[in-house]
Write a protein that binds this ligand. Structure first.
Ligand code: GCU
Length: 678
């Protein structure tokens, strides 16, 4: 009895979410605990930075989960050996050279076995980074309470470059008020550039651990907007900032993560007052070469640059009559001798040029073959802008001679900020598995993936605790693009809340319904952009007719080749024909591709208008259901996290009701037809 009470108290210890899913808690199952404890926290590795970090993390996890401290003896016994094949005899004995080679530069093999009469586990890889990835994988097994007696796992990531993109503004100016993170909802930026390099905030180390736990290998630390409206992120590559970058790179290095920064295309002008930034000008080329050399002299493993050019007020090569490829290549050429990369964003549109969703393709597809090998085109998942539902961008797989980076948005700009639960794993999974052209899926077309981060200085990193599931899912899908999002959700729930089956089931169910719920009460059927310009949160259909196409007769935007903007024609078959046809177009995208009369019948027999009404009401009902379901967990989750989520879910219901009223009211007025609802 006393034991039960103690266990409960232990399990329900108040938590603030700071640890994310890296919660290392005492294993409740005694036999399992003993199994873990038999390794005596002996983690043996040569002293190299990444292996030191790996060992430290594994010892920390083992000690907490098994409840034992490190064994005193340094003699041989049961132990975990981590490293390259030649680093330790047990590794060489248990894993062949071929097995390691098969896992590629960043993969790993984890295997349990016997060596010299002792039980051992080895984590073997072709690089220290691979060992680190394997370490976090093994830790997860321990957190999940699985037996390690017969462990035999090998994994390798098909996508070579996996990046977090922070949209943090490093310099505050009088012109920029409010949040220091563009589209960031979880507090302020935690980079504190003013304190660097003298003081390194401890949070930066935990941030580097987080990136490593997500098994990422690159991070962009500043906003893609570097100069517009008074932003000064372009300053990060000035000589003054270099020591600060050096300090950040040093924090990241032991975690196998390379530092990248967003740069302004006009840097030669902004930083050193050159008269031009024309990529064809030899002085400009020299400037980029010198800048790259200066950075690499201080940070030899620097990753490279992310560039938003000729887009939303950020300048670019078009000003000089040069193409995007010519612009990207001048920077890529400067980075190439050092092994650096340019990720060049494809998010370009000009309101004067008609339907914006067509423009990335018409701008970039003709440039296929013009980009150098270390330049990658960074493309958002959809052609519009991170809406709750969009088709997949036509650029993926359309440029076989150009490297491509998929950009996903972890921060919930259009999907409820940090106020609504909206688990994006299922959406990303769909995107990665979709083939816009000739059976070539996005996952197979890309060589890099980037996620716009949802972290800030909020104590729990993400504002809404359940938004951590998105951070987790991004890491998982970047590593294994085919992993089912349901498994990811359930695993995250368990790592975050423990092993109470009911808790896992309820949290997982809420997560898995949340995307569709949000879609229902905001904009079903592929209707785009109903949010207020600026905040991208408040319903504002009145001022968004350009995107939803609503008028007195009908709704939706005609993007067919026959009578519309022609976007459907940018797809390969079968999608071109399907999207072109009103009857074959998947209904969740109907209004993205077609303007239809309100009376248009859907497969369920309802008119489009009734469907809009019904779905909004259903979405609100789902949100109410989340509150009811969450209530059943009272007492099964610590009060602090329980209350935090409860309050957010209640707020979500109120906001969902606002959405329902605003959108249904708007279409009622516009169409003159009232909902046939109870
Ligand atoms: C959206 C977003 C901006 C962002 C831009 C981009 O338009 O609202 O804040 O800068 O995308 O991705 O460049």
């Amino acid at each position: 009895m006393l034991f039960a009470a103690l266990t409960l108290a232990l399990v329900l210890r108040s938590e603030d979410g700071y640890e994310l899913w890296l919660r290392y808690r005492l294993e409740a199952n005694q036999a399992r605990r003993a199994e873990y404890a038999s390794f005596g926290c002996m983690v043996i590795a040569p002293a190299r930075p990444v292996l030191n970090a790996s060992r430290e993390e594994l010892v920390r996890a083992l000690a907490a989960i098994s409840g034992t401290g490190p064994r005193a003896s340094t003699g041989v016994g049961s132990a975990i050996y981590i490293g390259l094949r030649n680093d330790a005899a047990p590794i060489a004995a248990l894993v062949t050279r071929e097995e390691i080679a098969q896992q590629g530069p960043e993969g790993f093999v984890i295997r349990a076995g016997e060596h010299a009469g002792h039980r051992v586990i080895v984590i073997a890889a072709a690089s220290d980074a691979g060992v680190l990835h394997g370490t976090f994988r093994l830790i997860r097994e321990l957190q999940l309470g699985r037996s390690v007696a017969a462990l035999n796992l090998s994994e390798s990531p098909p996508i070579g470059r996996r990046m977090a993109n922070h949209w943090d503004n490093p310099v505050r100016t009088q012109h920029v008020t409010g949040a220091s993170i563009e589209r960031g909802y979880a507090g302020d930026s935690f980079f504190k550039w003013g304190e660097l390099p003298d003081r390194i905030d401890p949070r930066l180390h935990d941030w580097a651990r987080l990136l490593a736990a997500m098994r990422l290998n690159g991070v962009v630390v500043n906003n893609v907007n570097t100069a517009k409206r008074g932003l000064e992120g372009w300053r990060l590559i000035t000589t003054d900032y270099l020591p600060k970058l050096v300090a950040v790179a040093a924090v990241l290095r032991p975690y196998g993560v390379r530092l990248f920064v967003s740069v302004n295309f006009f840097s030669p002008v902004l930083v050193d007052e050159l008269p031009t930034a024309d990529p064809a000008d030899p002085a400009v080329q020299r400037w980029w070469r010198q800048k790259a050399a200066e950075i690499y002299a201080a940070i030899p493993d620097f990753g490279g640059f992310l560039v938003k050019a000729d887009s939303e007020g950020e300048p670019g090569p078009l000003k000089y009559g040069r193409t995007h490829a010519e612009g990207a290549n001048v920077i890529a050429a400067a980075l190439a001798p050092h092994g650096g990369e340019v990720h060049w964003r494809a998010f370009v549109y000009d309101r004067a040029n008609g339907d914006r969703v067509t423009q990335a393709y018409t701008t970039f597809a003709p440039l296929d073959g013009d980009f150098t090998a270390n330049a990658s085109l960074q493309i958002k998942n959809g052609p519009l802008d991170f809406q709750v539902r969009e088709p997949v961008s036509t650029l993926f797989g359309a440029m076989s001679k150009t490297r491509q980076t998929l950009e996903l948005q972890i921060t919930q700009e259009y999907t409820g900020h940090d106020k609504h639960v909206c688990y994006l794993g299922p959406m990303w999974h769909e995107v990665l598995g979709f083939a816009p052209h000739q059976g070539r899926t996005v996952a197979s077309a890309i060589s890099a993936i980037a996620g716009v981060m949802n972290t800030g200085d909020a104590r729990n990193w993400t504002g809404h605790l359940l938004a951590q599931a998105n951070t987790y899912a991004f890491g998982e899908l970047a590593w294994t693009p085919t992993r089912p999002p349901e498994d990811i959700a359930a695993e995250w729930a368990q790592l975050t809340f423990g092993r109470d089956r009911r808790v896992i089931d309820v949290v997982t169910a809420i997560l898995l319904q949340s995307w569709h719920a949000y879609e229902d009460y905001t904009g079903p059927l592929g209707i785009g952009f109903l949010t207020r310009r600026g905040d991208h949160f408040t319903p504002d259909p009145e001022n968004r007719a350009e995107y939803h196409g609503g008028d007195v007769h009908g709704v939706g935007v005609d993007r067919t080749v026959a009578t519309g903007s022609g976007y459907a024609g940018q797809y390969g078959e079968p999608w071109r024909a399907r999207y072109e046809s009103r009857t074959q177009c998947p209904e969740e995208l109907l209004l993205f591709f077609h303007h239809v009369p309100y009376s248009h019948r859907l497969k369920n027999g309802r008119s489009v208008l009734d469907e809009i009404y019904v779905r909004h009401v259903a979405g609100v009902e789902s949100a109410r259901g989340f509150v009811r379901d969450w209530e059943t967990l009272r007492g099964r989750i610590d009060d602090e996290r329980f209350e935090h989520v409860r309050i957010r879910l209640a707020e979500q219901v109120r906001h969902a009701e606002d959405w329902c009223r605003a959108v249904n009211g708007y279409f009622e007025k516009l169409s003159g037809v009232s909902p046939l609802l109870p």
